[in-house]
Design a protein around this ligand. Structure first.
Ligand SMILES: Cc1ncc(COP(=O)(O)O)c(C=O)c1O
Length: 366
C-alpha cells in the first residue's frame, strides 16, 4: 500500500524496508567476509521486529534479540534465520523452550553455565561464550577463556559456536579504550576453537580488526550513524524511519508573549507560532530543547517552549507560507534522527525505541 493511499493520521512513522536492505548491503561492503547477526532487539529498535525479520529473512545470518521473550514472536513466524539471545537465559526455566526453538544462547555468567551443566536438554545447546574485555557489563573475565573452553568441551549438552565480546567505546573519537579491548580479546581467545564476534555498528565501521567471523550491527541497519562526527550518509546509510505530524493551529503571539507550560519561552518579537500534533505521549523527546529542528514543508523551523504530551510549538518566522494542515517532519529523511536526538540530550536509538503505540506505522518496501 502506498503511503499516499492511507488516511491521514495524527503521527506516522513510515519505515522504508528497502532502506534497511540497502543498509545491510553497506554492512556487507564493510565486512564482506563476515556473517551478520542483525540486532532486532527492542522490536528492531522500534521499527517492528516482525516487519524487519520478514524483509531480511535469509539475508541476515541470524537475528539478535535480547531474550527468549523477544524471540518468541519470531520463532512462531517460522523464519529461517536463527535467533541469538544476547542476554542468554534470564531464568533457568527458560531453557526447555529455548532448546525446543533451537535458539542460540549467549553464556555470560557462572549461574548460566551451572544451569547448563545440570541440564539434560535432549539436544545440544548452541552457545556463544561472552567475555568481558573492559565494558564490565556482561561476560566472564577474559582471563578465564581457556578454562571455560575446557569446561564447555567437557559438556556434551553444549555446542560451542564461539567467543563474543562487546565494545564500550567504538563510537567515540578516541581509540585507546577500544584498542585495549581488542588486544584483550585476541589474547584471551588465541588458539581456542570457535568463531569470533566483536563488532557492533560503530566497531565494524571504524575497526577493521573487529570484523571477525560474525558482526552484530544494529543502529546502522536502521540508517542512523553510529559514529560521533560522521553522518549516516558519510557511512553509506539511508535512514529507514520518517516520523511526521501536522500543524493543527497557527498563533500570532506578540512580543513578550510566553508560549507553553511554565511560560519558559518568551517571544522577543511578534512571532507566528505553529502548533504541531505530537508530544511526549507519542515518543517525541520531552527534553528536546528550544531550537530543536523540524521541517515544515521541507523548511527548517525551530522548536520553542516545552514539549507537552500531545503537542509541540514551533517558530514559523522562517516559514511564511506555512499553514494549518501542513506536514511536519520530526525526524528522518532530510532531518537525521541523530541531530534531533542531540538537541534532546539523547541518542537516535532512544528516539526510535521511544515511539509509543499512539503512532501509526506504515511500511514501504521498494
Ligand atoms: C551485544 C550487542 N551486540 C550488538 C549490538 C548492536 O549495537 P549497535 O546498535 O550499536 O550496532 C548491541 C546493542 O546494544 C549489543 O548489545
Amino acid at each position: 500500500m502506498s503511503f499516499e493511499a492511507v488516511i491521514p493520521h495524527r503521527v506516522t512513522a513510515s519505515v522504508d524496508l528497502g532502506a534497511i536492505r540497502h543498509n545491510l548491503q553497506t554492512v556487507r561492503q564493510y565486512a564482506p567476509d563476515a556473517r551478520v547477526m542483525g540486532a532486532l532487539k527492542a522490536d528492531a529498535y522500534g521499527h517492528s521486529a516482525m516487519q524487519v525479520a520478514r524483509a531480511l529473512d535469509g539475508e541476515l545470518d541470524a537475528f539478535a534479540v535480547a531474550c527468549l521473550e523477544e524471540a518468541e514472536h519470531l520463532s512462531e513466524a517460522g523464519f529461517r534465520s536463527p535467533c541469538v539471545l544476547l542476554e542468554g537465559l534470564l531464568h533457568q526455566e527458560e531453557l526447555p523452550e529455548a532448546v525446543r526453538r533451537g535458539h542460540r544462547l549467549v553464556l555470560h555468567a557462572q549461574w548460566q553455565l551451572d544451569v547448563l551443566r545440570a541440564a539434560r536438554p535432549g539436544a545440544r545447546v548452541p552457545v556463544w561464550v561472552k567475555l568481558d574485555t573492559g565494558m564490565h557489563r556482561l561476560g566472564f573475565e577474559a582471563s578465564r577463556a581457556g578454562e571455560l573452553a575446557a569446561a564447555v568441551d567437557a559438556m556434551p549438552q553444549i555446542e560451542l559456536l564461539g567467543w563474543m565480546t562487546h565494545l564500550a567505546n567504538a563510537d567515540a573519537l578516541e581509540t585507546e579504550a577500544t584498542d585495549r579491548q581488542l588486544a584483550c580479546f585476541f589474547d584471551a581467545v588465541d588458539g581456542l576453537p570457535g568463531a569470533r564476534t566483536i563488532a557492533n555498528s560503530a566497531g565494524l565501521i571504524r575497526y577493521p580488526e573487529a570484523r571477525q567471523d560474525w558482526v552484530r550491527p544494529g543502529i546502522m541497519l536502521y540508517g542512523a550513524s553510529p559514529l560521533e562526527g560522521r553522518s549516516a550518509e558519510q557511512c553509506g546509510l539511508r535512514p529507514a524511519m520518517e516520523v511526521r505530524s501536522r500543524i493543527i493551529a497557527i498563533r500570532e503571539v506578540s512580543a513578550g508573549g510566553a508560549v507553553g507550560y511554565g511560560s519558559e519561552w518568551v517571544c522577543a518579537e511578534p512571532t507566528r507560532v505553529g502548533v504541531v500534533a505530537v508530544g511526549y505521549g507519542d515518543g517525541y523527546p520531552r527534553h528536546a530543547r528550544a531550537g530543536t529542528p523540524v521541517l515544515v514543508r521541507g523548511r527548517r523551523a525551530a522548536l520553542i517552549g516545552r514539549v507537552s504530551m500531545d503537542m509541540i510549538t514551533v517558530d514559523l518566522r522562517d516559514c511564511p507560507d506555512a499553514k494549518v494542515g501542513d506536514d511536519v517532519l520530526l525526524w528522518g529523511g532530510g532531518l537525521p534522527a541523530e541531530i534531533v536526538a542531540e538537541h534532546a540530550g539523547t541518542i537516535a536509538y532512544d528516539l526510535f525505541c521511544g515511539l509509543t503505540n499512539r503512532v501509526r506505522y506504515l511500511y514501504r518496501d521498494d
